[in-house]
Each structure stands twice: as structure tokens, then as C-alpha cells.
Design a protein around this ligand. Structure first.
Ligand code: GRF
Length: 203
């Protein structure tokens, strides 16, 4: 299965996928890495792995819809089976989801449906929960609302800061992402309402 990975930051989730893909038995290859901004470590990781990269910046387009269509076009050039949003800090629009809905997965650093949005670890800490975690889901038009593929629980420790908690969540997130994307690549996957099932659709 061909993966396009989208990043906005450090790209540790991307790196975990790149490392997994060095084993042919993993069943997937990253064919390109895209970003919404220049100069991020995720793009440097892709370049070090010898992969093509592209950047589609919101500021280069008049409207968010035009940006979304340009992003869809850039991704389409690589004809991916699965698109992995790995710390990609933008919401997809209707053009992108019309083309790729059901094939885009995203990681979220909280246990959905708790704490959606950009500040999951901080919100969990502020709320005082004792268990939070990471969620992998199939992207839909909402904010972190799509059908859940997998979740990992992470305990909140006394003395945790947003940074220490987020780092532990990211460890769980990477393991979950690598495991689930590998299964999706090798076995196929089907979205049935709120459920995501591994395996090919049989009719
Ligand atoms: C991850 O925790 C992701 O869920 C969040 O941002 C982080 C990205 O980390 N939205 P990285 O760029 O993969 O290192």
C-alpha cells in the first residue's frame, strides 16, 4: 500500500512509519510527504529518507477552499492508498474529503471523544483526568470526530507537565499508528458507520 504522510511539525510519527516501512513485510511504503508549512523537521526527515516532498501553504491561496483543492491535487499526484495525517495541523475541506474520504487517518493526542482540537494534552491536564491517551481515527468533516480505528490509554502522573504528558502520549501514539497502518495496508479496511473493520469488503 502506498502512503502519503502529511506533517506540520517534528514528524516523529512520520519517522516511526518510515522506520517500519524499511521492513518489506510491513506491507506499506511512504511515497511522499507533504506539509502546510516550510522548514519543519518532518520535511527534513522525508528528505533524509530520499522521499519526494511538497508544501501547500494556506497563505498562497485566496480562500481556504482553493488551498484544500491544491492540497488534494498535490496528494493525487502520488495516487496513495492511505493518507496519514501525522501531526498535520490543518482541517481538510470538502474537495479533499470528497476525493479521499474514508482513506485519511489522523492521530489525536487524547481519548476521543474527550478533548478534541489542538490542545488535547493540556486540556486533559487542566481537567484533572487520571487517564488520557491517543486515538487513531478515519477523518470526517468534524474536528477529531471520525470513526475510531484504535486507542491507547496513558496514565496522568503526579507532576506531569503538558510537555511530559504529551511526550508519553506520543510514544503510545506512534506504536498505535505503526501497528494499525500496517494492518490497514496488509489486510485492507472498511468503514461501517462508526466502526472501522480490518479486512476487505466482501459482497
Ligand atoms: C502528535 O501528538 C499529534 O497527535 C499532534 O501533534 C503531534 C505531532 O507530533 N496533533 P509529530 O510531528 O509526529 O512529532
Amino acid at each position: 500500500a502506498a502512503l502519503v504522510v502529511l506533517v506540520s511539525g517534528s514528524g516523529t510519527n512520520l519517522q516511526a512509519l518510515l522506520d517500519a516501512c524499511t521492513d518489506p513485510a510491513y506491507g506499506a511504503q511512504v511515497v511522499a510527504v507533504g506539509a502546510d508549512r516550510d522548514g519543519v523537521e518532518g520535511l527534513a526527515r522525508a528528505e533524509r529518507a530520499g522521499l519526494p516532498t511538497f508544501v501547500v501553504r494556506v497563505k498562497d491561496y485566496e480562500t481556504r477552499e482553493e488551498w484544500d483543492a491544491a492540497l488534494a491535487g498535490a496528494v493525487a499526484a502520488y495516487d496513495p492508498d492511505i493518507i496519514v495525517s501525522a501531526g498535520f495541523m490543518k482541517l481538510f475541506g470538502s474537495t479533499f474529503l470528497a476525493l479521499y474520504g474514508g482513506k485519511v487517518v489522523n492521530t489525536h493526542p487524547a481519548l476521543s471523544p474527550s478533548f478534541p482540537g489542538m490542545t488535547g494534552p493540556a486540556d486533559a491536564l487542566a481537567y484533572g483526568v487520571k487517564v488520557t491517551g491517543a486515538t487513531l481515527f478515519v477523518v470526517d468533516p468534524g474536528v477529531d470526530t471520525g470513526p475510531i480505528i484504535d486507542q491507547r490509554a496513558v496514565g496522568v502522573l503526579d507532576g506531569d507537565t503538558v510537555e511530559t504528558l504529551h511526550e508519553r502520549i506520543k510514544g503510545a501514539e506512534r506504536g498505535m499508528l505503526v501497528e494499525a497502518v500496517g494492518r490497514m495496508a496488509r489486510e485492507g479496511f472498511v468503514v461501517e458507520g462508526r466502526r472501522v473493520r480490518f479486512g476487505k469488503l466482501v459482497d
